[in-house]
Design a protein around this ligand. Structure first.
Ligand code: ADP
Ligand code: ZN
Length: 731
């Protein structure tokens, strides 16, 4: 037998099949070690075949099989090809999505634990009779083992000494047994099983998603309409019929909440995959899924690559969320891959959201997706009232705190009635910028074209693009001035100001800075949900999905911040974010409220959000996008040219532009916009950034492939060129 192997080098130069001779324990999907040049290298067997394409005498043998079970299933091997062709990445890069780092290079191993037990061929009395009375250590060991089935080896070695243990092993009175032990994430997570009876609205949703002849169902349910329970029922039905399920949530912070409900119902059958776990945990959870011991995969977007077989349902919660498209290579779109898996498995894909993306909305309207609406909240209460605070008036009145007077009084009332509040601000750190008041100098990152954020906790300036830290300024490096101003409030400052106003209140902060430790999100959320704190201040990671019954007030600071990003999605994003955050309020038996602070109370997006008018908003937005030629009625293609060497980047940009111009001249009718320019952030991590930006009519698969193929040929050693389609972020 011969094996076609892809070696684990994700570069386009070695992106081809290498052939090796395979022994009998090699299968398609096996992870193997193969000779490669003078070294040995890891690879994955894509296919086996009877004959080889070269002189058999020259073909080398596979050195060893690294895992007994093939790591990739037949379906995943096909998906690797799909990802490779759809996103134009080397096969090895596509493979890595399916095999997280700890699966490769033998970085992590299974954890084995050795136990001792009495040799079952002897009785306790027989053994004791044969051990001399003065051998107290040996007798101690036998006493313990007589009372339990087995005992961890290290415990006995420590307590009674190695020599006593060795003597008993040598005489055959005790045996050593080795067992694999799984490293379990979130062991302290309480299983929360509410065993709810589905409302008619939920029942209808489950039924429609299962019975529709369409592949994809869009579940449009307002916040608090009980979408989770619909997902849990779909998963249950899949598992009951012997299949598996994949459940995705947009934020790592939401996985414990979901996991706790899954564990309550399905016990160990649920496994979790995300980057916040330890390597050992991830390795074990991955294998539990691969071996079939666990049948439900839950995680953020990477769970779409979960090694489960015979998938019965795939669910993407908060489907509109930007986190579902990967912004680093390989740049993939989770819903596209999920749809491909759904087709291969003959199962349904369910996309849920209170604010479906315009892409999904248009597909549902066009009849491609099955649309299910859940318009009422479980608690039968109206959605929380959204009160607008006009911050221009506040400033005129001399209020220079981050809170409007209305928000302050609402917080006071909320706390005095024993409820909890959430304050949302999408900016971490203390201040957004640090400015010299005398000369106007703004502290900037050396490596990026962006201003630095002050972090009071660590008393440093940080770059949020490359994570570089700088010493806080004592004086202005330009003019020596000592009057430094902090512009733009961040979460740290909000906490500080809040604790001045409400010294009694216990305040928690949740953002990228406070959740770096293992299970960091989980600890903060647990504290808040067990009511050990009164106010939770946070960035977008608190905006979505969370279900805290005692929260009756949500404060949104700077509601219009995201409106000014020069991005065609900013209106949609703002509407979605405002609806999501507002939805955290009044989810249980008490009516909720929202105070939304803005400098633009008349902005139409805010007006739609305040009325919870999703339909009105999305229809108008769709009209606008159609008229101006933006997605989903056209595709944005951005070819990035990035290099540390400015001149080389400009050279590549010029020739790339010429080459694409050539394509354009043959397809002029399909181009809506075409230009080359500096990227909005001109330099990042010491690299200069340029782009060729295009908009082409929707559905031009061949044209896009041509642009991909042409562009990628311009990559050089010093200049990297990559293509983005409808990117989330046009910075
Ligand atoms: P959504 O995801 O739609 O915002 P959730 O799924 O979090 O809403 O549900 C909101 C709340 O309603 C949760 O506390 C949940 O436990 C509760 N809930 C959901 N379904 C039911 C039901 N059938 N009966 C009673 N309570 C329910
Ligand atoms: Zn930087």
């Amino acid at each position: 037998m011969y094996a076609e192997v892809i070696v684990d080098i994700a570069s386009s130069e070695v992106d081809r099949i290498f052939e090796y001779e395979a022994s009998e324990d090699v299968y398609a999907g096996s992870m193997v070690s193969v000779p490669f040049g003078v070294k040995k290298i890891e690879g994955v067997v894509m296919r086996l075949k009877e004959t080889c394409s070269f002189d058999p005498a020259k073909i080398k043998k596979i050195s060893s099989v690294l895992e007994e079970t093939p790591v990739l299933t037949a379906e995943c091997l096909e998906l690797v090809d799909f990802v490779k062709n759809r996103y134009h990445v080397p096969t090895a890069a596509a493979l890595r999505l399916f095999l997280p780092a700890e699966m490769r290079k033998g970085r992590v191993k299974a954890k084995n634990v050795t136990f001792y037990r009495l040799n079952p061929s002897f009785s306790v009395t027989e053994i004791t009779a044969k051990i001399p009375a003065r051998a107290t250590a040996q007798r101690g060991i036998i006493d313990i083992l007589a009372q339990t089935e087995k005992c961890v080896s290290s415990e006995l070695n420590e307590k009674f000494g190695n020599s006593a243990v060795r003597a008993l092993l040598a005489k055959g009175y005790i045996n050593a047994i080795t067992e694999r032990e799984n490293r379990n994430p979130y062991v302290s997570l309480a299983a929360s099983d509410k065993r709810l009876v589905l409302t008619p609205q939920q029942q209808a949703a489950v039924q429609s998603a299962e019975e529709t002849e369409k592949r994809v169902t869009l579940l449009h349910g307002v916040t608090g309409s009980g979408k989770t329970e619909v997902y849990l029922n779909l998963i249950k039905n899949a598992v009951d019929s012997g299949k598996t399920a994949i459940m995705m949530v947009p934020e790592i912070s939401l996985t414990p909440q979901m996991l706790s409900q899954l564990r309550a119902r399905f016990g160990n059958a649920a496994a979790i995959l995300h980057s916040g776990l330890s390597q050992g945990e991830r390795y074990d959870e991955w294998w539990r899924l691969r071996s079939g011991e666990a049948r439900i995969a839950i995680g953020a977007r990477s769970a779409v690559f979960a090694p489960v077989e015979n998938v019965g349902v795939i669910i993407i919660d908060e489907e509109h969320d930007g986190s579902y498209s990967s912004e680093t290579a390989p740049r993939y779109n989770t819903a596209e891959i999920a749809a491909e898996r759904a087709v291969k498995n003959g199962c349904k894909l369910v996309l849920g959201s209170a604010t479906p993306s315009i892409d999904s909305f248009v597909k549902a309207m066009g009849g491609e997706y099955n649309l299910v609406n859940m318009p009422s909240r479980i608690n039968k209460k109206p959605l929380p009232e959204i009160i607008i605070s006009d911050m221009r008036l506040e400033i005129r009145r001399g209020n220079n705190t981050p809170f409007s007077s209305r928000l302050r009084s609402e917080i006071a009332e909320c706390l005095s009635s024993g409820n909890q509040a959430i304050i949302f601000l999408n900016r971490r750190g203390y201040s957004q910028t640090v400015i010299c008041q005398e000369c106007g100098y703004v502290a900037k990152c050396d490596a990026c074209d962006v201003s630095l954020t002050y972090h009071m906790d660590a008393n440093v300036l940080k770059c949020h693009y490359c994570n570089a830290t700088y010493k806080m300024l004592e004086a202005c490096p330009e003019c020596g001035g000592v009057h430094i101003r902090y512009g733009g409030t961040g979460t740290e400052r909000v906490v500080k100001e809040l604790s001045k106003l409400f010294p009694e209140a216990k305040i928690l902060r949740m953002d990228n800075d406070t959740t770096r430790n293992k299970e960091g999100h989980f600890k903060i959320l647990k504290e808040f949900s067990s009511k050990k704190a009164d106010i939770l201040v946070g960035t977008q990671m608190i905006a979505k999905g969370h279900d805290f019954p005692s929260v009756t007030l949500v404060g949104i600071l700077d509601a219009d911040m995201s409106l000014y990003f020069s991005d065609y999605r900013s209106r949609e994003r703002t509407f979605q974010l405002l609806t999501q955050v507002s939805g955290r309020s009044g989810r249980a038996d008490k009516q909720g409220k929202v105070v939304l602070q803005t400098y633009n109370p008349d902005n139409p997006v805010l007006q739609y959000a305040v009325r919870y008018d999703y339909d009105g908003f999305i229809r108008e937005e769709a009209k606008l996008r159609k008229a101006t030629g933006f997605p989903p009625f056209a595709d944005i293609v951005r070819v990035m040219v990035v290099s540390e060497d400015d001149a080389k980047a400009v050279d590549v940009l010029r020739s790339l532009y010429a080459a694409i111009s050539d394509i354009k001249s043959k397809n002029a009718d399909k181009f809506i916009f075409f230009n080359k320019m500096k990227s909005p952030i001109k330099r990042m991590q010491n690299k200069f950034r340029y782009q060729v930006l295009m908009r082409v009519s929707a559905g031009q698969k061949e044209l896009k492939n041509k642009i991909y193929e042409t562009s990628l040929t311009f990559s050089t050693k010093d200049v990297s060129v990559y293509v983005e389609e409808n990117p989330n972020n046009l910075t």
